[in-house]
Design a protein around this ligand. Structure first.
Ligand code: GDP
Ligand code: GDP
Length: 454
């Protein structure tokens, strides 16, 4: 049936989804008491009470958002990882392993007032295998006296030691410059090139009412604004005013002059739909309220979700809907729209103009969600509680651990969970559902990617 076809398409999309990290991850490793937490706080530019004098103290929050020189990255304090290894040396080496597998760059912190210990050497040995950048930090260099000694840390084979005093801030700016230089450049969030009117795709199967709706909006809501100061209008787009805002309806040339169905019309219609979705930030998916959902409708919806665009569902031809049809719809939609329970529904009539204006608030909500970012600290606080209450299912006798999470990107919002094992699709969906319950994201797809430690 059409629903299993959709299921298959979505599953394929999920399999293809790769972690497009817009925000690189930097992990801080080292023995207890070398000053990792102090350094983390120094980098974050605050003095928060995570520093403990007791070695090996468990910290419940491990990941933070950091900025330096215009770069944004996720900073991870591995102190919270508690690897199962017994003994300090094994445990620090295990931390280094996890850091290498999950982060994009690693900081190894050494206490310069002590010098390199056997544990530091064990961690270095692991990190020397890393294909990712590793920076060696010689901490507690509070004054010049220790500076000369740090040269001996070259022997760890991790390149130049960076002497700092995390406590007093000495040389921490230089270290941050080096960090930012070492971090890989990630693809930028989304592809929204410039400011200006937000880009909307008006999509749906043939005869659902796309050109009628566009004409209604550009006619009754006045002004097809081809002459807005400072904007150049791509001739295939339409700038229209709706509810006090200007919107760019993309790729509307084909909608204005209707091409009659000839051979291959459906193929071109579907190609046009794809082009419009790709060019847009948010899609209005037009559905015929008078008819049951069709396979074609679901194909369009799937295209929007897979392209990662925000989405508003508009049930057109509402003027034709009677009581019976309304009842039938409730069941039908529950079933047909299970994959987009987060999308706003607006009932409209392009013919009469009913509720057309209400599309605007739905578009604004969807775009706001699409642009939204949950700070890493907040995300991990919530996730720790969720996982404590409902841990991931055991697989092959092993309980996968979620080490930390970060919202790596927006447009669409993308979560990356760093784990010690595979998380089943069902559990990822559970996390997405709970994430939405807690943080909203109405009108936008949310991606949940998992990076398993190798
Ligand atoms: P962690 O266990 O590696 O996270 O270490 P902490 O950040 O908790 O620091 C351990 C101890 O070292 C604390 O008493 C800090 O105040 C102290 N410490 C951290 N950085 C420095 C530093 O640059 N100089 C000095 N003198 N002490 C530091
Ligand atoms: P498109 O192929 O998606 O661009 O659809 P059109 O805008 O050309 O509309 C197809 C047909 O549906 C036309 O005969 C329209 O007059 C009709 N139509 C569009 N919107 C409505 C509506 O809200 N109510 C009713 N009753 N008919 C509509």
């Amino acid at each position: 049936s059409e629903f299993t076809a959709l299921d298959a398409q979505i599953a394929a999309g999920e399999a293809e989804e790769e972690a497009q990290l817009a925000q690189p991850v930097l992990a801080v490793v080292g023995r207890p008491n070398v000053g990792k937490s102090t350094l983390v706080n120094r980098i974050l530019g605050r003095r928060e009470a995570v520093v403990q004098d007791v070695p090996g103290v468990t910290r419940d929050r491990v990941a933070y958002d950091a900025f330096w020189a215009g770069r944004r990255f996720t900073l991870v304090d591995t102190g919270g990882w508690e690897p199962d290894a017994t003994g300090l040396q094994a445990s620090v080496a295990a931390q280094a392993e996890i850091a290498m597998a999950t982060a994009d760059a690693v900081l190894l912190v050494i206490d310069a007032s002590v010098g390199a210990t056997a544990t530091d050497e064990a961690a270095s040995k692991v990190l020397r295998r890393s294909k990712k950048p590793v920076l060696l930090v010689a901490n507690k260099v509070d004054d010049d006296r220790l500076l000369a000694d740090t040269a001996s840390l070259w022997s760890l084979g991790l390149g130049e030691p960076h002497p700092v005093s995390a406590l007093h801030g000495r040389s921490s700016g230089d270290l941050l410059d080096a960090i930012v230089k070492a971090l890989p450049t990630m693809p930028r969030d989304g592809d929204r090139a410039t400011a200006g009117p937000r880009r909307v795709a008006l999509v749906g199967k043939p005869n659902v009412g796309k050109s009628s709706l566009l004409n209604k909006i550009s006619g009754e809501e006045r002004s097809v604004v081809d002459s807005v100061a400072g904007t150049t209008v791509d001739p295939v787009d339409s700038l229209v005013e709706l509810d006090g805002d200007i919107w760019r309806f993309v790729d509307t040339a084909g909608l204005r002059k209707r091409v009659n169905s000839a051979n291959g019309a459906e193929y071109y219609a579907s190609l046009r739909t794809k082009t419009a979705i790709d060019a847009a930030e948010v899609a209005i998916v037009l559905l015929d309220a008078a008819e049951p959902l069709s396979e074609q409708d679901l194909r369009v919806l799937t295209m929007v979700v897979e392209a990662g665009r925000a989405c508003v569902l508009a049930f057109n031809k509402w003027d034709l809907v009677d009581e019976d049809r309304r009842h039938a719809m409730v069941r039908e939609l529950d079933r047909g729209l299970v994959r987009v329970p987060w999308a706003d529904k607006v009932n409209i009539s392009a013919l009469t103009g009913r509720s057309v204006r209400k599309l605007a608030p739905a578009l604004r909500t969807a775009l706001k969600s699409w642009d939204q970012r949950v700070p890493t600290g907040q995300l991990n606080g919530w996730l720790a509680d969720l996982i404590a209450a409902t841990p991931p299912p055991v697989r092959g006798g092993k309980q996968p651990k979620v080490l930390f999470a970060t919202q790596a990107g927006i447009r669409p919002p993308t979560l990356v969970l760093f784990t010690t094992g595979f998380l089943e699709a069902g559990y990822r969906r559970f996390i997405e559902r709970k994430f939405r319950e807690r943080f909203g994201f109405e009108g936008s797809p949310v991606r949940v990617n998992v990076r398993v430690r190798e």
